[in-house]
Write a new protein. Structure first.
Length: 433
């Protein structure tokens, strides 16, 4: 998590001051519930709320932790400095550190997820707008990086929309799955804290009670959350890679917006590089870097250990901050992407009708030619285009074996571009409803 790849809305979620504020709210709400149950005096619970406007001193908490070697105890000590030792003596009654730490972590993750959901919605809006704009903009489809058959730029955007829409659905599910809290005490048995305290705290913090916690919230929830972020990052890279390929000089069907005063190279003034999508490729790797550690955090000793703790202190902020920045960068790239329809047509026609080979193949088989012979006839004419720069349709019309099965009009008809785009509306209806 570095400023270069950070947005303030997301970094604020992970600031120490935010974390301590959440800790405070959990402790205060727990005190309310315990007072309502008659476990602690009401005046002590109310006294804690007198600190609701306090700006907790992060440096002071760090100073105390340097002695206690325990972050939660350091915070509770600092809280008592504001509330008063006698009035704060029932704070954290029956609770354990993980009740505060795990519940706070999930509050932070749900807040981060809400920002990421908004980011995804912006990306989807950009993809949909460009898909509609270029629904009928014909370009060549490629397989193995080689010309295949015609498609449209709108379909390219639409398939990315569908992929990211699946990612959004997964993210919403992951947010729901991570939105649990636990105030169950040592080893999760509620021996020293009433389950109703947990219910009250979770309701106040926007969470659901964890059905069963073993002092910690089960980490399979977190593994799924970070795995979902990893998949979204991969989809983001999928889009970025397509744009990078389209911007190659030999292709140049689209390119990132190049702003006035922008420089592409310190050595070559002519350069206009796909730096934003290259950056997105790298950021996607950083996001996916968290997936395996999150998976490995699922396995803990017995009811609890802290082998997961150091991992989560890093991947929680780093992954969400990075993905938040990257998704907003991606949305900007798509919104401003410069499209070159004429270049797309020129590229498609570079091999002079070759991309219509399947239509001719199918027509020959429908005319009674065996598939093996039809393939041989079409391929031998196609190779002349590859090797001699010939025109595919001209070669077919001059091939007596082909014209024995197909009339010139039938051959001509096989080069109609509209044939390949006739179901675009059907696909759009499936994707966009």
């Amino acid at each position: 998590m570095i400023p270069r790849y950070s947005r303030p809305e997301m970094t604020a979620i992970w600031e120490p001051a935010t974390k301590f504020r959440i800790w405070y709210e959990i402790e205060a709400h727990a005190g309310d519930a315990m007072a309502d149950l008659g476990v602690i005096p009401r005046e002590n619970a109310d006294a804690v709320w007198k600190a609701k406007d306090v700006e907790f001193d992060v440096a002071r908490i760090d100073e105390i932790e340097a002695v206690t070697k325990h972050d939660v105890i350091a915070f509770l000590t600092h809280l008592a400095e504001h509330v008063g030792s006698d009035q704060a003596r029932f704070v954290h009654q029956g609770m354990t550190s993980s009740d505060v730490l795990d519940t706070t972590f999930n509050v932070q993750l749900t807040r981060a997820a809400d920002l990421l959901i908004a980011d995804m919605e912006r990306v989807l809006a950009a993809l949909k707008a460009r898909a509609i704009e270029h629904k009928d903009t014909v370009r060549i489809g490629r397989s193995h990086g080689i010309h295949a058959e015609p498609t449209t730029m709108g379909l390219t955007f639409a398939r990315f929309y569908a992929e990211m829409d699946r990612g959004l659905a997964r993210l919403r599910n992951a947010r729901d799955e991570i939105a649990t809290g636990a105030i169950s005490g040592a080893v999760g048995t509620f021996a020293n804290v009433d389950p109703r305290v947990e219910e009250h705290v979770c309701a106040k913090m926007g969470l659901k009670p964890e059905p069963i916690s073993t002092q910690v919230i089960p980490r399979d929830r977190h593994a799924m959350f970070f795995a979902t972020l990893g998949v979204i990052a991969s989809s983001m890279e999928n889009i970025a890679t397509e744009i990078r390929h389209m911007q190659r000089t030999e292709v140049l069907e689209a390119e990132e917006f190049f702003s006035k005063g922008q420089k592409g190279s310190s050595a070559m003034p002519h350069k206009r590089n796909p730096v934003l999508t290259e950056n997105l490729t790298g950021l996607a790797r950083l996001v996916r870097m968290s997936v395996v550690p999150a998976m490995e955090n699922v396995t803990l000793w017995h009811e609890r250990d802290i082998s997961h703790s150091s991992v989560e202190r890093a991947i929680g902020p780093d992954t969400t901050v990075t993905l938040d920045f990257a998704l907003n960068r991606l949305a900007g790239v798509i919104e401003k992407l410069v499209i070159y329809p004429e270049t797309m047509l020129n590229n498609m026609n570079k091999f002079r009708g070759l991309v219509m080979s399947q239509r001719v193949l199918l027509a020959l088989t429908q005319a009674g030619v065996s598939r093996e012979d039809a393939y041989r006839l079409v391929q031998r004419n196609a190779m002349k285009v590859w090797e001699q720069g010939a025109d595919f349709k001209t070669e077919l019309l001059a091939d007596t074996d082909v014209t024995a099965a197909l009339t010139p009009e039938q051959i001509e008809e096989k080069f109609d571009l509209g044939y390949h785009t006739k179901h675009v509306d059907t696909i759009f209806a499936r994707v966009f409803g």
